[in-house]
Write a protein that binds this ligand. Structure first.
Ligand code: ZN
Length: 293
C-alpha cells in the first residue's frame, strides 16, 4: 500500500478499524505506546519504533527521536504528565512518525503549545489531528454527544474518561463536530490566551481573536470575576452584552494545575449573520477546514 500519501485521518481510521475488529477490553483506553511499537514493526520493518520511554525533557513534552543508524525510532514523553495528557502526547509523536519522519530525519521535538490548541505549525496540527482522531473516533463520540446537544463539563468529562484524554482535548474534539454555536476560551490572569469556536459559531462571527495580542476577559463574566463556584461550572446565563451581543450561557472552572481558567460558552440558535456572500467568513471557514487541529 502507498502509505506515503496517507493523511492524519486516514491513518487514524486505519488503526480504529483494526481496534474495532479486535475490540480489546477497554477498547478506547488502549495502550498507545504498545500500538505504536507493534504496528510500526509490521508496517515498517526497516525503521520501526522500538522504544517508548519517560524522560526529563527541558522545554518539551514529547519527542520522536531516531537511533543513530536511522533504522529505529524512539518516542519520549516528559515526566509528570497525567495519563490523559500522556496518551495524547504519545499519539501525537506516533503521528509525527507516520506522517513526518521521512522529512525530519533528525526527529521532532514538540512543545506544550504544539500539542494543545494554539499551534500554527502545519506538522504539529497534523500530528494533533491524528492524535484526536485516533483517541476519540468520530463515530463513537457522536453517539456520546449528539451533534445538537449542549453538553456541560460533566458530560464532556465523561467523554474524557471514556477516551482517557484530558478534558480540554475532549472539548476541542467535540467543538469540531458539533452543530451548535459554542466556544472554548482558555485564559490566564484575566486575559484570553486562546479560544476555539465551533464551525457554526465561527461562521456567525462568534470568535475571540487573540492573534493581535491578549484580550481581557469581559468584566461581567464569571471568568472575569474569578467566580469559580459549582454554579459557575454548571453554567450561568448572561444577557446580551456580557460576552457577545446576544445571550450566552457561560460554564467556567479553573485548573490549578495548569494555572488556567477554562470557559465554555453556549450561544443561542441564532441564524448565522450574513452567511451567504460574506467572503471573510467563508475564507475563515475554509482556512479552518485546511488547518484542522
Ligand atoms: Zn509535535
Amino acid at each position: 500500500m502507498d502509505f506515503e500519501n496517507w493523511g492524519p485521518q486516514r491513518w487514524a481510521n486505519h488503526f480504529n478499524q483494526m481496534l474495532n475488529l479486535v475490540n480489546p477490553p477497554g477498547r478506547y483506553r488502549f495502550d498507545v505506546g504498545k500500538l505504536a511499537i507493534e504496528t510500526s514493526r509490521s508496517l515498517f520493518p526497516a525503521d520501526p519504533i522500538t522504544q517508548v520511554s519517560e524522560e526529563e525533557l527541558d522545554g518539551f513534552v514529547g519527542a520522536l527521536i531516531p537511533a543513530e543508524s536511522r533504522s529505529r525510532w524512539g518516542i519520549v514523553y516528559g515526566t509528570g504528565q497525567s495519563s490523559g495528557r500522556r496518551r495524547f502526547t504519545l499519539a501525537h509523536e506516533f503521528g509525527h512518525y507516520l506522517l513526518h519522519r521521512r522529512k525530519y530525519r533528525n526527529g521532532i521535538h514538540s512543545s506544550e503549545a504544539d500539542i494543545d490548541g494554539r499551534t500554527k505549525f502545519e506538522v504539529e496540527r497534523e500530528a494533533n489531528e491524528f492524535a484526536s482522531w485516533l483517541l476519540m473516533p468520530l463515530d463513537d463520540f457522536r453517539e456520546q454527544v449528539l451533534p445538537k446537544d449542549k453538553p456541560d463539563f460533566e458530560v464532556l468529562g465523561r467523554c474524557a474518561d471514556r477516551y482517557e484524554v484530558s478534558l480540554v482535548a475532549a472539548v476541542l474534539r467535540w467543538l469540531r463536530f458539533t452543530e451548535i454555536r459554542a466556544l472554548l476560551v482558555a485564559s490566564v490572569d484575566g486575559f484570553v490566551k486562546w479560544s476555539w469556536s465551533s464551525n457554526p459559531a465561527l461562521v456567525s462571527g462568534a470568535v475571540i481573536r487573540t492573534s493581535r495580542g491578549p484580550v481581557p476577559l469581559p468584566p461581567g463574566s464569571a471568568a472575569g470575576q474569578d467566580y469559580f463556584t459549582p454554579e459557575a461550572r454548571a453554567g450561568i446565563q448572561h444577557e446580551a452584552g456580557v460576552w457577545f451581543n446576544e445571550r450566552v450561557r457561560e460554564l467556567t472552572f479553573r485548573s490549578e494545575k495548569y494555572d488556567t481558567t477554562y470557559t465554555l460558552l453556549h450561544l443561542g440558535d441564532a441564524e448565522p449573520r450574513r452567511w451567504f456572500g460574506d467572503e471573510t467568513h467563508l475564507e475563515d471557514t475554509y482556512e479552518r477546514f485546511m488547518r484542522n487541529p
